[in-house]
Design a protein around this ligand. Structure first.
Ligand code: ADP
Ligand code: MG
Length: 291
């Protein structure tokens, strides 16, 4: 590491005058000023796909322990924002700060290890495994086997005890989500709603601080939607923070305490559901877009 011939930064590399107040130092300062009550801050986020601007300078914050909704008409840039936050896409501009740390451009496993976790659709190869097996694999799956072993250093020393603990945690989670009766069922045989419950239960296996869900109610019947919403509300009360990405405005209005509205890649409005409902720009954006 301390090899004198290595590609180390030259000591006398004084930056030119005009670079002394770079955007980097500005964002660093901004990150340091973020209070713990704001776990997630997105600043001037930008993402382009060829000639298409999907996210065009979006900025917002999420408060700790809140159930915050990110809504907007189709094509508003919600999923791209979600993917930039969770490391699936590298943004072309702006910063994502989680718990005071700049996580912009980090990989999804690195971000998950820090406690910011998204749900994943059950992958094809996991469809042939049982619900129980899916849950047992969830931590390695989400933060990667290598990081998983680093996060749980006891694993190598005491494999059996760790396995028993993991099994207990899995059963507790299955009971909490009322899918314990499906433990031996192949994941591929679950209904759309049961899958969504399993996806959220899997995400919780890495003990996150904050969860991001992108349209978790798509294709879910009303009974299971209710169950999923109940679990999300319970978890919020326990102190988990949620960012719920959704295009169904009514669902968000009824369930979130804070709502962020995106339109054409930027934040158009934000506030309480009542404030958003009365905002003419929001109504217009929804009427103009294909909802
Ligand atoms: P939303 O989730 O709000 O419906 P998206 O973030 O999915 O919006 O999309 C925003 C815009 O970016 C749309 O015009 C969409 O077609 C475009 N877009 C999203 N992902 C890609 C991609 N991988 N390649 C090209 N264009 C994309
Ligand atoms: Mg989307």
């Amino acid at each position: 590491m301390s090899d004198a011939d290595g590609p180390e930064k030259p000591v006398d590399a004084t930056p030119p005058e005009e670079l002394s107040d770079t955007q980097d130092s500005e964002t660093e300062r901004a990150a340091q000023e973020i209070p713990p009550s704001i776990p997630l801050r997105v600043q001037n986020l930008e993402k382009h796909f060829g000639g298409i601007t999907a996210v065009d300078g979006a900025s917002f914050e999420v408060e700790s322990g809140s159930l915050t909704g990110l809504i907007g008409p189709n094509g508003a840039g919600k999923s791209t924002t979600f993917n930039c936050i969770t490391g699936v896409h590298e943004p072309d501009g702006g910063t994502v700060t989680f718990q005071g740390e700049d996580i912009t451009g980090r990989s999804p496993p690195e971000i998950a290890t820090r406690g910011l976790v998204r749900t994943f659709q059950i992958a094809r190869e996991l469809e042939e495994m049982t619900v129980l097996e899916n849950m047992m694999l969830a931590p390695q799956d989400q933060i990667g086997e290598k990081l998983y072993n680093a996060v749980l250093p006891g694993l190598r020393d005491d494999v059996i005890e760790q396995e028993i603990e993991l099994r207990e945690a899995v059963w507790e989670m299955l009971e909490l989500f009322e899918i314990d009766h499906l433990a031996e069922e192949e994941a591929g045989n679950l209904s759309g709603g049961q899958r969504k419950l399993l996806e959220l239960a899997r995400a919780l296996m890495v003990d996150p601080e904050m969860l991001l869900l992108d349209e978790p109610f798509a294709g879910v019947n009303p009974t299971l939607e209710e169950k999923l919403l109940d679990r999300i509300h319970d978890l919020t009360e326990q102190g988990y923070t949620f960012l719920l990405v959704e295009h169904d405005m009514d669902l968000i209005m009824e369930n979130c305490e804070h709502v962020i509205v995106m339109h054409q890649g930027t934040v158009l409005a934000e506030g309480t559901p009542a404030e958003i409902k009365d905002d003419d720009r929001v109504v217009e954006a929804y009427l103009g877009g294909e909802v």
